[in-house]
Design a binder for this molecule. Sequence first.
Ligand code: TYM
Length: 342
Amino acid sequence: MTETKFTPRVFSGIQPSGNLHLGNYLGALKRFVDMQGPEKETVYCMVDLHAITVWQEPKELAHSTRELCAGFIAAGIDPEQSILFNQSQVPEHTQLAWIFNCVARMGWMQRMTQWKDKAGKNQQNASLGLLAYPSLMAADILVYHATHVPVGDDQKQHLELTRDIAIKFNNDFGVDFFPITEPVIEGAATRVMSLRDGSKKMSKSDPSDMSRINMTDDADTIAKKIRKAKTDPDALPSEVDGLSERPEARNLVNIYAALSNQTTDEVLAEVGGKQFGEFKPMLADLAVAKLSPISTEMARLMGEEAEIDRILAKGADKARAIAAPILRQTYEIVGMVGAKQG
Ligand code: TYM
């Protein structure tokens, strides 16, 4: 890890668009919970402004934002210990994003694989926000001078861009102001794959609901989706090498490892030699045991909408207390008159 003058601070975000799924949980949320502790400040955000880079029905967006907040808390984020809020309540994110829009280059944005995937062949018709998305993401992180960002593997390129923006800003203005953030991409499930196709990432945009486990699925649905997950006819190997050409088998073993807090090697030492007919029920039992309490608690919290809104507003106040002075200093560095006041 690089030494910096910055105090350790964790930041990460999840989009409130559609359902929270097992990939979000194992690749991000569960790890956010693990990073919570007295030695580091942890800041977690529902990035509603990122979500609207593609069309969102207003009512559904509001519902998804509250449901995501319920998911954070049900998974173990303590709003007293972590700062938990939605992005649009902290205007400093978009204010810093504008500065970064003027630091980052068009070419950097156009190179992003997520832009190419999401805009597809119809780039002229994509929103300008979708292109500028990574610049807002850099602002999310850097407006807190965050040093560590836990994410799944698919966000790696965006975090490299965040570092590029910080480096260029520091160079352009001759300062050492923004930290060079460390991506934290760790564990057995940094890339959870579709249950129907081991070469595709588990995602909320997959048209098949059988491809993913949603955090709101009940026990029967979870068990059914695992029972029907695509596999191959062979028994499980005892060593990780034996999974290299078997993407579906590797995915299920990795999910088992992440859910049971073990390494893939440890899991294979236990299940090597078993057929899927035996392994799938083990995985289904484990998944139900770990996920059902979360979905039950999410449903309960969703009955307390006013309480969720209160938590988000309180989190936003705490977030602004950190972000506002950093934005003010940024304005001052850039030469905005009046930046010293307030
Ligand atoms: P989003 O909302 O697509 O996903 C939220 C988090 O879940 C992880 N993830 C996965 N991990 C493992 N396997 C999968 N199949 C899988 N699918 C999703 C993502 O890597 C992510 O960590 N741009 C971000 C949100 C964002 C953000 C930020 C993240 C906005 N600003 C600042 C970190 C810091 C996104 O769209 O994530």
